[in-house]
Design a protein around this ligand. Structure first.
Ligand code: PHB
Length: 389
């Protein structure tokens, strides 16, 4: 009798161990690494909210696999991003890594994606070269080249002939400066001066004073999401708009996360970008409504939409591979994917793994008492102009 019980207990224990193993193998893990604190914290807040909204709307089981989202805060420090990615890949055995709030974080992590054959879905960082840093990178955000070329073309056609550029001094800022200047001068425009401000804790004052003294027709700006409000405040305080210097920018500056707090001084600012919370599609209206409802009225910005679409790409790749979860198969399934996003129609270029999307020209206007980027023109299906091959 006693022996029999021991045998039964042993059988029960091994079946418990077996089923625990089976459950662990069944879950599909996404490691989402974002700046939740530090200078880029708004990116983390927006992206986590969007990823969770996507899961709430689409369920947490895909092709028989339970989706587990593991969110890590890299505090906007690239070495930390890399260390967290290493832990997620080696210890947590995640199937996909995603997020990457700034370019240096994405660049530091890309070699790990290659070594471990882990798909790396970049939902924020926007320097063109990131997709070339690993064959496992797939991007759902945008590139500064996409946005800057469209602003340069618009400026050339709108009586702007002398421009000073002002960008954050790192990857995406250098891309913005390069692709704006190249296109603008090819159209006959003149770049009077190219200014670069530090990425961290920038003091815009001395730069703006220089611009005010030089009095170009327009100032073209790129600063990363989260820094636009202080730039705008100092631009207005110096009366630069009243002195006849037009502010033109990538949409990172009139970021929907901050725009409404910038005040009426932001009215009329023209930007080029891929997403506005005011994009007039049914899908976007539903997205904005659901996002605001789930997040105490917070308005989604372009970071949110990139994370929402990043989740979609991961879900659809898992479905296409019938829940298998192999890294190479997932990336293959992501290549060429095409779908409607809250920003409009998008696809993943099968050759570059970068996003192809509409770029909208927008102007800050007041609607229902709130400031929005209102779209007035569109360039359709724009591929990244910044690819070297
Ligand atoms: C980047 O670091 O690549 C980056 C961050 C924020 C932006 C755009 C680009 O708004």
């Amino acid at each position: 009798m006693k022996t029999c019980n021991i045998l039964r207990l042993a059988a029960l224990t091994s079946s418990l161990i077996f089923s625990a193993g089976a459950i662990a193998a069944d879950s599909f893990k996404i490691g989402l690494i974002l700046p939740m604190t530090g200078q880029q914290a708004s990116t983390g807040r927006q992206e986590e909210a969007a990823a969770r909204l996507y899961m709430a709307q689409h369920g947490d089981t895909v092709a028989g696999r339970k989706i587990e989202l593991i969110v890590k805060d890299d505090t906007t420090v690239p070495d930390m991003t890399k260390r967290l990615a290493q832990e997620l890949i080696v210890n947590d055995k995640v199937n996909v890594i995603a997020g990457f709030g700034i370019t240096p974080s994405a660049m530091a992590t890309a070699p790990l994606a290659t070594q471990s054959k882990t798909p790396m879905v970049v939902t924020a960082a926007a320097t063109s070269s990131i997709t070339e840093a690993s064959p496992y990178v797939v991007r759902t955000s945008f590139t500064l080249a996409q946005a800057s070329v469209s602003v340069a073309n618009w400026a050339g056609k709108n009586k702007i002939s002398k421009v000073i550029t002002l960008v954050s001094d790192y990857g995406p800022g250098k891309d913005a400066e390069k692709y704006f200047s190249q296109t603008f001068t090819a159209n006959g425009g003149q770049i009077v001066e190219s200014l670069r401000v530090p990425l961290m804790n920038p003091d815009f004052a001395p730069f703006l004073q220089k611009v005010r003294d030089a009095k170009p027709d327009a100032l073209f700006v790129f600063v990363p999401s989260g820094s636009g409000a202080s730039l705008m405040k100092q631009f207005i305080e110096r009366g630069m708009d009243k002195a006849g210097i037009k502010l033109i920018a990538t949409g990172d500056v009139t970021d929907d996360d901050q725009l409404n707090g910038m005040g009426d001084g932001a009215l009329g600012v023209v930007t080029g970008h891929h997403y506005s919370a005011a994009h007039p599609s049914k899908m976007n209206k539903d997205f904005v409504k659901a996002f605001e409802k789930a997040n105490n009225g917070m308005r989604p910005n372009f970071m949110a939409v990139a994370a929402y679409d990043g989740m979609h790409v991961i879900y659809e790749a898992l479905k296409a591979t019938k829940g298998e979860g192999d890294g190479d198969a997932l990336v293959t399934a992501m290549k060429g994917m095409k779908f409607e996003s809250p920003r409009g129609p998008i696809s993943i270029d099968p050759d570059t793994r970068d996003i192809v999307q509409n770029i909208y020209m927008r102007k800050v206007e007041k609607q229902h008492g709130q400031l929005y980027n209102i779209e007035f023109d569109v360039l359709k299906d724009v591929k990244d102009p910044g690819k070297t091959k």
